[in-house]
Unconditional design. Structure first.
Length: 357
């Protein structure tokens, strides 16, 4: 099994530790720990290793599922990884909607065969017929990220339902990475709630501002969850006891306030970036979530050249669109604290204007 190096993570590793501002961060600003009770009691494994049964039942009920149809994981990354390991073999096939987070196509490609179906600019609309044409007899899974990273495109319920129907008709699964779903003003139903062929993954990272909890989950058919837990014994064994302790509070009495605050922040920051894009004669698709995919300014060959110039001249990290397969774009994250966003936009603006002189 060989896997492609994770381009975005290698880019971050090269620049983010020394830069002043991380304007490529794909989540919402982090919440302070003192907002929560951080004493979980004894510091041991979460037992059972797929999570506290009563808490699993509570979270599963959000999807119309039972406690044996959910496993708690160390973030969404592990949830997706376990799903792929559970469903794919060397002779298996997956259809992946791109551009997307690299792990959603690189891991399936390391196991079996993958057909990518690309969204196309400027609206990044998904062609369901293209997905249908990509399906083979050996297709085990269709992979979607909704809202999409990096474009911010939120595919409509009719589109998601059509993908689910394709999965069901072909005895496959539709896996949807839904980490940004709850940042939408009117979130769509999760894919795992659509029926037995739906799998949902998410975490507390992107919508809740709790990346450090490393707490996520995979929801779906009990056979898939059972296989995922077999693999989990060889990965993290158990989610973090601290993560589960915080998760119970974040998904309990604090949830409504957290999501309201974060949606308000995302809306305010989206408007700030929208103005920035217009002021500098750039283009983007107005996103849902906290990521935008913006056209590279004139004077730069591609996203990598532009982003490298920005970080070297102004100490601001952006994400080149080349890493997502679109060299004429760069990804900007606007979920960080407001003062940092304002400072970062001013610095990026200077690079753009200097290139036009």
């Amino acid at each position: 099994m060989q896997i492609t190096p994770f381009g975005l993570e290698r880019w971050f590793d090269e620049y983010e530790h020394e830069a002043d501002i991380m304007l490529a961060e794909s989540g919402i600003r982090s919440l302070p720990a003192d907002r929560f009770d951080t004493d979980p009691g004894n510091v041991g494994y979460v037992i059972p290793t797929d999570g506290d049964p009563a808490f699993r039942e509570s979270v599963a009920s959000r999807y119309g599922r039972e406690s044996d149809e959910i496993a708690f994981t160390v973030g969404t990354q592990e949830a997706n990884f376990l799903a792929f390991l559970s469903l794919l073999e060397e002779d298996s096939h997956a259809v992946v909607v791109t551009p997307t987070y690299q792990a959603l196509h690189a891991v399936p490609e390391a196991i079996g065969d993958v057909t990518r179906v690309s969204l196309e600019p400027p609206t990044w609309e998904l062609d369901v017929n293209a997905v249908a044409e990509a399906i083979r007899p050996e297709t085990e899974i269709i992979v979607l990220n909704n809202p999409n990273n990096p474009t911010g495109r939120y595919h409509a319920q009719e589109t998601v339902q059509a993908l689910y129907d394709l999965a069901e008709d072909n005895d496959a699964y539709l896996l949807c990475d839904e980490v940004y779903r709850l940042l939408a003003d009117d979130p769509l139903p999760p894919v795992a709630s659509l029926g037995p062929h739906g799998l949902s993954t998410t975490s507390l990272t992107k919508a809740y501002g709790l990346a450090g909890t490393r707490f996520g989950w995979l929801v779906g058919d009990s056979d898939v969850i059972e296989d995922a837990c077999v693999w989990k014994d060889y990965t993290t064994i158990s989610p973090s006891i601290f993560g589960q302790h915080i998760a119970k509070q974040a998904l309990g009495e604090q949830e409504a306030a957290i999501l309201e605050e974060n949606r308000d922040l995302a809306a305010d920051h989206r408007e700030r970036v929208r103005t920035f894009v217009a002021d500098h004669d750039l283009e983007w698709y107005d996103p849902v979530g906290v990521n935008g995919f913006v056209t590279v300014p004139d004077g730069f060959e591609n996203g990598t050249e532009f982003c490298r110039t920005v970080v070297e001249e102004e100490s601001v990290v952006l994400a080149p669109g080349d890493l997502f397969g679109f060299s004429g774009y760069f990804r900007i994250g606007f979920g960080l604290p407001t003062d940092e966003l304002k400072d970062g936009l001013e610095r990026v603006g200077r690079v753009i204007e200097n290139a036009r002189k």
